[in-house]
Design a protein around this ligand. Structure first.
Ligand SMILES: [Mn+2]
Length: 243
């Protein structure tokens, strides 16, 4: 799954729908927070996630862990003091989706909790490579290319982590053939890019398969065709929450 964006209730419904159990292995390709209403629930779940759940870094986690939380901690100084709340000011520039401010106001989240979550997020991998039924699957938030390919395009390895979480051109991947790249980041509700009217985008290109599983669930109010999707890699069956 990918791009749950604070839609914790829907995420739980999806786990129920797919009958997620101890024998399964769930990979979430990033962006569990921001935009949606239940960021606190999502982060608490993430903190206590079972061993058979693996997370991959998304750009929203990255910003939370490397920009927003460190900025907040620095701005309140000795935050372990009782008066930290007096020194805390909501900061739009460093909390674009009001995720942190929302959790502080609604859920009594403390700087220590935020620091702990940021630390956990900084441990996340940027991609996973799996072999299932003899086939290579690469799971990443936005796009993946090998180090060699990246160096050929950009001259050095500088910025490759940002590439994994931000790049919107998954087709830059040219290893294989026969590999499958699974990613999110760009919702398929859009007309451009990977737009498939809220269905999972699947396309063969130069012998590899590209699958965008971000069906834009968090935008459902404005885009009724949006959906939450899960793909079962052993047979590539796709599940939608709203079906
Ligand atoms: Mn993203």
């Amino acid at each position: 799954m990918s791009d749950i964006h604070g839609c914790f209730t829907a995420f739980q419904k999806m786990l129920e729908k797919i009958g997620f159990c101890d024998e399964d292995r769930l990979l979430i390709a990033g962006d569990i927070i921001d935009r949606g209403p239940e960021n606190y629930e999502m982060l608490k779940w993430f903190e206590n996630r079972p061993d058979n759940v693996e997370m991959i870094m998304g750009n929203h986690e990255y910003d939370f862990a490397y920009e927003d939380v460190p900025h907040l901690l620095a701005s309140i100084g000795d935050y372990r003091g009782e008066d930290w709340a007096d020194r805390y000011l909501p900061d739009e520039d460093h909390d674009l989706y009001e995720t942190i401010n929302g959790m502080i106001c609604k859920n009594n989240v403390t700087p220590d909790m935020l620091a702990g979550w940021a630390e956990m997020i900084r441990e996340l991998p940027y991609y996973k490579i799996l072999e299932i039924n003899g086939k290579k699957y690469i799971i990443v938030h936005a796009a993946y290319v090998s180090d060699e390919r990246y160096k050929m395009i950009y001259g050095s390895l500088n910025g490759i982590e940002e590439f994994y979480i931000w790049n919107r051109d998954a087709f830059l991947y040219d290893d294989g053939p026969g590999d499958t790249i699974i990613f999110g980041h760009t919702p398929t509700i859009s007309d451009a890019g990977y737009g498939t009217d809220g269905k999972v985008f699947v396309e063969e290109y130069r012998g590899n398969t590209f699958i965008d599983i971000d069906c834009g669930y968090v935008y459902k109010e404005r885009h009724p065709q949006a959906n939450m999707a899960a793909i079962r890699l052993e047979d590539e069956k796709i599940f939608y929450l709203e079906s």
